[in-house]
Design a protein around this ligand. Structure first.
Ligand SMILES: O=C(CO)[C@H](O)[C@H](O)COP(=O)(O)O
Length: 230
């Protein structure tokens, strides 16, 4: 089974949890896009939902596929958000998100949600966050070099994300520093330390936020729920 089929399988399973009348947070990324399409299929069959998009990209897709959208101003309480992740730590189900560049809006919508369901293929599961890739940190463009140095003092090698030769700009007009920390022993402590750095807008560490993680692999689907932090 290819990766896209696994992503789609996890997405379809998550969308089964959406009930009529719900306000649904719509994640960003290739896996979340499958969830948007699966939700749109149900909307075409008569399901009534309001979608809260976590990026301009997701808003465009949802609108094109016929999902009615709202804002957190209109719907401050979100029933369920379905989103992807870059890494999921087994046990606590802490996450790294943001390789798709939408981590700030994703975290705001996740924090407003009763439930956050994360959908991944099994390649995203790790013993420790940071084992596979960098931790994205969204920062203010002003003085980003000083912010990068402060992140490096915490042990992460910070690289400014670029696209087509320019600094990548998030939907909020910020930069992203992709920080290589290696395996992260205490994600909650690191998240708090990063948040204290002036210039940091948000980090891609999502600790204690996931209600469940739906994992698709060759053998089928597994639904993980968080256990207490070690
Ligand atoms: O955090 C994200 C975007 O900011 C995505 O959820 C994350 O990057 C996973 O993306 P994909 O499903 O394409 O692997």
């Amino acid at each position: 089974m290819d990766l896209n089929t696994l992503k789609q399988t996890a997405a379809r399973r998550a969308v089964e949890d959406v009930e009529d009348g719900m306000v649904v947070g719509l994640g960003t990324g290739s896996t979340a896009a499958f969830a948007v399409s699966a939700l749109a299929e149900r909307v075409r069959l008569g399901l009534r939902v309001v979608g809260i998009p976590t990026s301009e990209r997701t808003a465009r897709q949802a609108e094109a596929e016929g999902i009615g959208l709202g804002t957190l101003a209109e719907y401050p309480r979100v029933d369920l958000t379905i989103d992807g992740a870059d890494e999921v730590a087994l046990g606590e189900l802490a996450l790294i998100k943001g390789l798709g560049g939408a981590l700030l809006r994703e975290k705001i919508v996740a924090a407003a949600s009763e439930r956050l369901i994360i959908i991944v293929d099994a390649t995203k599961l790790v013993e420790r966050l940071g084992s596979h890739g960098p931790l994205p940190v969204e920062v203010a463009p002003f003085g980003w070099q000083a912010t990068a140095r402060a992140l490096e003092r915490l042990g992460g090698q910070a690289n400014l994300r670029a696209q087509e030769g320019q600094a990548f700009l998030t939907d909020g007009g910020h930069y992203i520093l992709d920080c290589r920390f290696g395996p992260i022993a205490r994600p909650a402590e690191l998240e708090a330390a990063i948040d204290r750095i002036p210039g940091v807008v948000e980090s891609g560490l999502f600790v204690g936020m996931a209600s469940a993680v739906i994992v698709a692999d060759e053998g089928g689907i597994e639904v993980l729920t968080p256990s207490a932090a070690p």
